[in-house]
Design a protein around this ligand. Structure first.
Ligand code: ACM
Length: 262
């Protein structure tokens, strides 16, 4: 097996509304039980999604260095695994809809959601981390969260920064994203893992159908809409380094920046 074959996947789960300890225990249990290099959990996996008041959400929001994550971090180090999960992040007076990557080396990276969806605008501050890429062994992984999918600039920026795989924690309520992510993968020649949740909170009905898409736009696997599933597979991530479409077209070299509006 070449060094670019990685075991990656998603964990499509139910989330216990407002029960942070139970949700983190569940992430830990799945991390312990399954064999993988990188596993992606849904958006806001620690708290659930539906809150009327920012102050209620803030009370159960966590800091990047919170000790509640210490045992998950130790597990990642001991078992040489990396995880990405969404959480509500508190930083001073601010609250962000964030995704944390805990790496197999025990490092914590936090991406703060750039494009807030609908009523998230009254709960969260706009993310200020920007898009960045983390090197995991010899692969480059970027993060974006749910509604970021509708802005093609998000995936494009990650691809231009060298991402071979996008980890995409989600709480999807509209039916379009999963198919759109096929295009995001294809137009950037990168792998993507959309990890969605299932179930209902308030008026929100989460659509499941978590998926892994290859760099040539193929759905490697798509889950069902309302059952829990942890899916892990080997992927050859070095394919995402090849931006050639044919002998005469290179996805990045053929770009015409002079005609694009920023
Ligand atoms: C969403 O961004 N959670 C739809």
């Amino acid at each position: 097996m070449s060094r670019c074959q990685y075991r990656v996947g998603f964990s499509q789960i139910k989330i216990h509304h407002k029960d942070v300890e139970k949700n983190i225990e569940k992430i830990e249990r799945i991390t312990k039980e399954k064999m993988f290099d990188l596993l992606v959990f849904p958006e806001l996996s620690t708290t659930g999604y539906h809150f009327e008041k920012r102050k209620d959400l803030k009370k159960i929001s966590l800091q990047k260095d919170d000790e509640i994550f210490d045992s998950l971090e130790k597990l990642c180090r001991d078992e040489c695994k990396s995880v990405v999960f969404g959480f509500s992040e508190k930083d001073g007076e601010n609250v962000y809809n964030s995704a944390m990557m805990i790496t197999f080396e025990g490092k914590r990276y936090v991406y703060r959601k750039t494009h807030l969806f609908f009523k998230e605008k009254k709960l969260f501050d706009k993310g200020d981390s920007g898009f960045f890429v983390v090197k995991l062994k010899d692969i480059n992984v970027g993060m974006m969260i749910c509604f970021d999918w509708i802005f093609p600039e998000a995936a494009r920026t990650l691809a231009l920064k060298g991402a071979q795989l996008i980890a995409h924690p989600s709480n999807l309520v509209m039916p379009y994203c999963q198919n759109a992510m096929i295009t995001r993968s294809l137009e950037n020649r990168i792998f993507s893992i959309t990890s969605n949740r299932i179930g209902r909170e308030g008026d929100y009905n989460f659509t499941g159908k978590s998926q892994i898409v290859s760099s040539d736009g193929r759905i490697i696997h798509r889950a069902k809409s309302s059952t829990e599933e942890v899916f892990i597979t080997y992927v050859d991530l070095k394919k995402a380094k090849n931006k050639k479409i044919n002998d005469r077209n290179d996805l990045f070299k053929d770009r015409r920046n002079e005609f694009y509006v920023c």
